[in-house]
Structure formats: structure tokens, C-alpha cells
Ligand binder design. Sequence first.
Ligand code: WTA
Length: 663
Amino acid sequence: MADNFTSLSHENRIFKPHKDFSARAHIKSFAQYKKLYNESIKSPEKFWAREAKNELAWFKPWKKVLDWKVPSAKWFVGGQLNVSHNCLDKWLGTPTANKAALIWEGEPAAPGKPGEERTLTYKQLHHEVCLFANVLKKNGIKKGDRILIYLPMVPEAAIAMLACTRIGAVHSVVFGGFSAQSVADRVFDSQAKMIITADGGFRRGAVVPLKKNVDDAFPLNDAHGNCLTKTIEKVIVLKRAGNEVAFTPGRDVWWHEEVATVDANCPAEKMDSEAPLFILYTSGSTGKPKGILHTTAGYLLGAKMTSKYVFDLRDEDVYWCTADVGWVTGHSYVVYGPLANGATSLMYEGAPNFPEPDRFWRIVAKYGVTILYTAPTAIRAFMKWGDEWPKKHDLSSLRLLGTVGEPINPEAWMWYHTVIGRKRCPIVDTWWQTETGGIMITPLPGATPTKPGTATLPFFGILPEVVDDQGNAVPHNSGGKLVVRKPWPSMLRGLWGDPKRYKEVYWSEVPGSYFTGDGCRQDKDGYFWIVGRIDDVLNVAGHRIGTAEVESALVSNSKVAEAAVVGRPDALKGQALVAFVTLKTGVTATPALRDELRNHVGKEIGPVAKPDDIRFAEALPKTRSGKIMRRLLKQVASGAEIKGDTTTLEDLTVLTKLGSAED
Ligand code: WTA
């Protein structure tokens, strides 16, 4: 790691933190970062114990900082605390109590019109959370029960999450863009007792029929004959869109009616440090999505510390993370991280370009947003829509910009820096995963010199390394697999109900180390350049999609014989999904069938997983042992051969002889 950044070669553009920013930042210099980082690696238990004591409010102190036996980590063993207490009660009786905790902006009805707006102070949010926690109890929820949350981006999503944590129920938030089948799959796996949903949510002027999707999930069965009626006892429905919904008496209840029947006195449960906090399903390289399990103390400490240091949160900030709460970014950086810091977190319901492409900039100007955290795919879309949209608005309140979800190409970084940041704002490119709970590799804005396209250096306590197939560290500037050598507090504790798969997926590739699934290279300064997934997971517009999941959705259609899904580079989304499909005998490839199959995937998984391109083939290229030659298909998918919308069957078997038998 070079200390003197002026000595770096010219091929790298270096952006040093501005001295005025550094002067006021939590971490003020690179030397200070390094000193703390070195301490966190040399004496992790001492470091984390100090941070946990300073940052979190405990009901009972822990006895042991870390109990680590690969691959099982227990942090702050014997301690007790509560997440909602740390996010809410902690601020009561302080000046923060009357500060905005959540500012919410709904989707506007027409161009130029403001969206609906609502602000909840910490005191008000506490009140709402206590009420709803009592509603959960009244409806039979006990400590440890699982609850599915399937809501639009409205304050009630955060209220429901915090209410679960208040009474020790384990939430599993399902993104509103997932289908009835995905809701059902998550209930089967988590054995949830309750679903919290809404009549509908707004998206680009249309209503997303969330309650109807839940109703459609009830008749579905899994391979073991499970169905929702076996575990789901109650469905709580929020009135949001005002659309008509069916109601099953005894099972379905209205949120507003239930809240009117309870009082607001609900003490926070004392939860063990390692009590399950939430399960979040994410795509892996095989089978159905995996239930990533996070627990109480370690997760909260990670979310809180990274929010504080990476976003350099200050009391007066208006902080906006544009992620949906259905993804981990929404968990850690819309809800838990900012609230645990007493910050003001902005939530927006709609799309970035509805009703017009200046939606984000209008919101930044309206609320005086100071910190903006979004995805490279959104930035690339803004670039395409043109500079005139951000230029129409006063963005001078912004002081810090962040990105997450996929590698950011240097052009997009420079555009973000110049057009949005007006060359004043540092950019934090943050690398992390659903599994890691919080940010892992990132610049600290007052300390770390940045270069467009790299997430730079590890956060405190994180020891990433780039290794070869044998698990040995590779020299700088050679590519390899990204692993993490040491446990960290906010790491996943397992896959819900599947300890074997947990060990296989994350801890067997490089025994003893956490395998991220990402490829990476460190440059001569030790900066980490993430290349992207090296497993069969694609990153489409910042969303993780498993190719195996889309393939099984396709073959579940009776017209499809075989399917192989690969990624191809896409200027806007990073990667696009290309499906190669062979049809059953007698079925003809037509443009209508292509649409039918795309919609079928939408129904099986959700609109986010619809292939961008479906290419019909006579047969798929296979190795002698019968494995589909994906590498070859990737080349075909991204090559010059693309036939666009033609529906003729391609003969890909001719390619087989070109490919390696190893594919
Ligand atoms: C990718 C999202 C490059 C990576 C928080 C990772 C990134 C996957 C970055 C996790 C970044 C995330 N630069 N790639 N700054 N951030 N990724 O679980 O491939 O939805 O493994 O978590 O996104 O996606 P997930």
C-alpha cells in the first residue's frame, strides 16, 4: 500500500479528498485510516469490543467478543440488546427525538407535480413501531417467528421491519418486483407464519397488485406438498393504492383497523446478540434463492459503523439511499444503518424517470439532499437521458456521492463526479454483498484518495485477498478470486435451514476463507478492482440473478425442452440476460412464443428476471460428458453474430467442435 499517492503513475487518475471535507470528517487522513485499520486487523477483538461498546446500547454486556470455528461465527456472546431500541428508543429524550427519521416521497401523478410526502420524526416513528409491534403480538406472533414483508417503498415497510425486531420476530422482506411464485418459495423455505403486504404499490403510474400476488401464492405447492395454508395464519394488508382486493375472512386483516385496537406501549424484547434478525433471499449459482441469515448484534454494529464512516454522517445531513428495502442495500442503508446513527433517511417510492427523467434531481433539490447513494446502472441511465435534466436543478446541497451493486465504469464515475457532484463531492464506490451485511471495500471520503472504477481499500476489520485456485495470494496486478480471510461482525451466519450448503458455497472453494463469488485484481497500490461474478450469478442492473433459476423457470414451460442462460455485456445494465432455448418437438419458434416465455419467467420469478433476449436453437452445444458449454454460449451471446429479433432456429451444435471439452 503506497503512502505517497502523488507517486502513482499517470495512467491512474487520482482524486484526493478535499482538505475542507477531511477537516470535518470522522476519519480525517489516510494515515488515520491506516492506523485504525492496522489496529483492527492486528487486534480484532479489542477493536470490535471497543466499537460495540461505543456504538451500541446494550441491555446486558457480552462475555466473549468472538467465538470462531470455521464456518460458524458467534459475536458478542452472552450480550443482549434490541435493534429497534438502538434505532429508536435510544434517541428519545435527546434532541434527535424531534428530528426527521424518515422523509418519504411518493410517486408523483404527473410531470412537474410533487409526490405525496410524509415525514416521521424519531418520536413518531417510535410510536408507530410500538403500535405495529403490538399488532403483531395480537395476531399471534412470538419471538423467533418468521414474517414475510411484501410492501412497496412506503414508511410502513420500515415500520414493519422495526416492529419485527422490537419483539424478536425474524423478517424476510420480499422485493415488490417478485412474483406470487417467489413469495410462495420464500414461505416454504422460511416457514413464515404471517405476510405483511399492501393492496398495491405505485410504479410508473401503474399499480403493482401485491395483495393479489399473495392470494395467487396460496394455491401453489412445492415438491414436498407444502402450501401456504400450512404455515401462514395471518395476512396484514396496508391500504396504499386504493385498488379493490379480495379478503379472506379470519386470515386477512387491515393494517389501519388493527392499529386502532392496540396501545403504544411495547417495551423492546431483550434479544441475544446471536438471535436471528432477518433472512433475505438472494440468488446463488444453483437452485432456488438462498436464505441469507443475519443476526442481531454483529449486523447492527456493521450497518451502524459503515454508515457513520463511509457516508461520514453528520447530524444535519439529509441522506438518500435510492435502493428498495427489498434488497440488502435497503435494509442496511435505508433503514438500520442511518437510524442507528440518528440520521435523516429519505425514502422514495417510484422510478428514477417517472413521470420525467429529472425525478431524482427534483427530490435532491426539494429536500436539500446532502448524501446520495445509488447504483451504477442508474447513473448510466442518467447519462443517456442527458445532462439537461440534472442541470435544471440546484444540486448544491450534495456533499457526498456513493455507488453500489456492480462495478462502475470510469466514464460513469467521471460523469457522476462532474455533472452531479459538480467536481466537489467525493465518491464512495462501495463493494459488498447480501452475505456481508455491510460495506466491505470502500474509500472513506475524508481519507482515501479515489480512482474512477475501484472500490479502493477494505473497511476496518475486513481482510480481503485476491487468490489463485489453490487459495494462495496472487501478486498485485494479477487477477484471481476475491476471498475474505477473517470473520467480521456483520457476516452472514448461515443459510436458513441449510448448514451444508452454507459450508459448500462459501467456505469450501478456499478452505477456511470466505469465498465471495467475485473476481478481482489489486493494483500496485493495493486497490481492489472488482471484475464481477465468476460463478453462475449475473448482475443485471445491479440485481443478482442466478442463471440456474431462470433456466428452471424456462424449462417449467411445457413448450421448452432445454434452456441455458448466460450474460452478455450491456451498456446500460452492466449485464443482460440471454437465454438459449430448445423447443419440444412440434413446437414452432415464433416472436409470440418469445414473448410468452419472457412472461412465463416474469410469472415464475418476477419481472426483474425476464430475459432480455431469447434465442431459439436446434440444440445446445455440449461437451462429451453432456455439460452445456456456457463459455461458448457467452461468446455467441455477446458476439457479432447476434440475430436480433429473428426467430429462426440457430444450429449451435456446430460450435461444439470449437469449444474446449472443459467448459
Ligand atoms: C456486485 C449488493 C463491483 C458483486 C450490495 C457482488 C459490486 C454482488 C459492487 C452482490 C461494487 C456489489 N463494485 N461489484 N461496488 N457492489 N457488487 O448481494 O458482484 O445484491 O458479489 O449485494 O454485487 O450483490 P448483492
